[in-house]
Structure formats: C-alpha cells, structure tokens
Ligand binder design. Structure first.
Ligand code: AHR
Length: 322
C-alpha cells in the first residue's frame, strides 16, 4: 500500500548508524535456501553498513510470525520475509505498518495481504508451465506417446509449490497426460526419498516421468529409484525433471541423471538492497520485481520451447555454467 511505501524507516543511515534489518527466513531445507541465506548475509553485512538480525524459522509458520513480531519489538528499520506459506499474513503485516516498518517480501508470495512495500522473486507458475512444455517437446522428439507422471510437490501451502503444481497441471490437462500421484516431499532430500520409496512400491512399472519440485527432492528420489532398480535420466526408463538448478542439480543434469532443471533464482538480496536504497531516498519502489531465470537441459535435441506463446531458449549445461 502507499502507506507501507511511505513508511520509510527513521533513517538510521542519515546519522551514519547501521541500517537494521530483520530477516525471517523459511529455514534450511535445501541447497537453494542455503544460497538465499548466504546472499542476504553477504549483501546485508556489517561491512556494507547493515545490522542483520537473522531468524531461521525451521519451516514453522508460528515461529515465523513470532520472528516478525520480535523485529517489531526491536524496532528494526526494515523487515524481510520469505513466507513459508502464502496465507495468514494480514494481521502481522498490519502490525508492521502501524509500527512504521516497511516490509519487503522475497521469493514466495503473500496472497492474503498487500501491506508490504515490494516483493522480489520468481514466477513459479511459469516454471511449472515451462516444465510441462519442455516435457511435451522432449516426448515428441523421443517418440514417447504416453506420459504417466509422478509428482513430488514442495511444502504444502508454499506459493513455490502451488505455482509449480498449477503450471505443470495446466499442460498435463491440456495434453491429456496421466498424473499418477502427487504428494509433498516438503522440499527436502529426505522427503523426496521417502515419497519416491513409497511411489516405487505402489506404482512399479506404471510411471515414466518423475517431477520433483526442487533439486533436493530429486536427489532423494534418485536414491530411492536406484535402490528400487528403476533407471532414470537420459539413458533410463524414467524422465526426471527438477526445479532450482542449484550447483549439484546442474552437475546431475550434465551427467544426464536429471533430464531438465528449471531455475529458481535465490539471489534476491541485491534487488532488495535496491528497494531499500529507494526507500531511503524517499522513492517508491516497484511493487513486484521478477528475477531472470534459465532452463537447463543435458541434450540439445531441443534449443527452445514455447511458453505462454513466447519462444524461450533452453541452455545445455557445460562446465562453464556450473
Ligand atoms: O521457495 C523456493 C523453494 O523453496 C525452492 O525451490 C526450494 O528449494 C526451497 O526450499
């Protein structure tokens, strides 16, 4: 809202003190998350003139609300939230607004309140659409006529999971694919392994695609498939698709064990710093900032896919990229 935008902190910077920022981070569930935390710690360092109060909320919504209220009590200059779930935010964001503390949301979205200054992140539905469009083009190129897909979703209620599910399902419905099952692996390696172990038992020989909504789930799913004697990747029976494109994920793409990996950019902090600089200068930042992302494959049998009517390049992973 305009009030939120106007609620520029009482500029500690103006008198030369550090700018205090409270960051309520989701947790430490994935490689992506580690990169996101490091990005914020690097940008909002003491050397750069910031005092960063960091709370790892361990994937617990109550802890995250408590962290935000703690920042209000400390009267920090700005609050950064990466919302674990997309709802249940309006009351606490009103409290931030009443306290005159601007909130910047990163990565996942808040869907039941607009009482924040700016959001910086990814279009998760587009990521899901891209995975679907890539699978369609790949299956056609390889002469695969029937798709029986198992989905390992991210954390329930997280906009990253909701958007990727919606996007992929839109293409699956359009193409008449069979989604055999779709369960949450909570964005963790253990979760991905557990769900895949149960899928391998329940659906032996009945699937040819596995969609993991992040790389860590894919690592767990690979372990489970190996143990169950299911072959996957470029030379296997099962097409494995992942999201995030973290370093380890891209190494598996290069080896041909993951067929395609759809990037989710974790490096929001430099964009957040821009927002803070604009607020310090009394300017109104953009309400939504989308970060640039790429889609990575092992083989160049396809050079691009069409998503939402627009041709988009695919990037073949090489040593330079990793
Ligand atoms: O919200 C972004 C998602 O959360 C990333 O895909 C995943 O790795 C993380 O845990």
């Amino acid at each position: 809202t305009d009030e939120a935008a106007d609620a520029t902190a009482d500029t500690a910077a103006a008198d030369g003190d550090a700018i205090t920022i409270g960051f309520a981070q989701v947790g430490h569930e994935s490689d992506w998350r580690t990169a996101s935390t490091k990005s914020c710690q690097d940008v909002f360092s003491a050397a750069n003139g910031y005092d960063l109060q960091f709370v790892d909320c361990d994937n617990d919504s109550a802890t995250q609300l408590e962290a935000v209220r703690g920042f209000i009590e400390q009267d920090v200059d700005y609050i950064i939230i990466d919302p674990i779930v997309s709802t249940g935010w309006d009351t606490v964001l009103t409290e931030c607004e009443d306290a005159g503390i601007p909130v910047i949301v990163i990565d996942r979205t808040i869907d039941d309140s607009d009482k924040y200054v700016s959001w910086v992140g990814s279009n998760f539905k587009t990521e899901g659409l891209a995975a679907g469009e890539w699978l369609k083009a790949y299956a056609e190129a390889k002469g695969i006529e029937e798709i029986n897909a198992l989905v390992i979703e991210g954390s329930t209620g997280a906009s990253a999971a909701i958007g990727r599910t919606e996007g992929f399902k839109e293409i699956a419905d359009r193409e008449g694919w069979n989604i055999v099952d779709s369960q949450s692996g909570d964005f963790t390696q253990d979760g991905g392994q557990e769900v895949m172990e149960s899928y391998c038992k329940s659906y032996e020989g009945k699937f040819n695609v596995v969609i993991c909504q992040n790389d860590n789930e894919a690592f767990g799913a690979m372990d489970a498939m190996k143990a169950a004697g299911v072959s996957y990747g470029v030379d296997g029976d099962v097409i494995l698709v992942s999201f995030d494109a973290c370093t380890a994920g891209l190494e598996y793409v290069q080896k041909g064990e993951i067929n395609a990996d759809f990037e989710c950019n974790p490096l929001a902090a430099p964009f957040v710093e821009q927002v803070i600089k604009q607020l310090q200068a009394g300017e109104t930042p953009e309400k939504e900032v989308y970060m640039e992302e790429h889609w990575y494959v092992n083989e160049d049998i396809l050079s691009e896919i069409t998503v939402d009517g627009e041709a988009q390049p695919l990037t073949v992973v090489t040593d330079d990229i990793i």
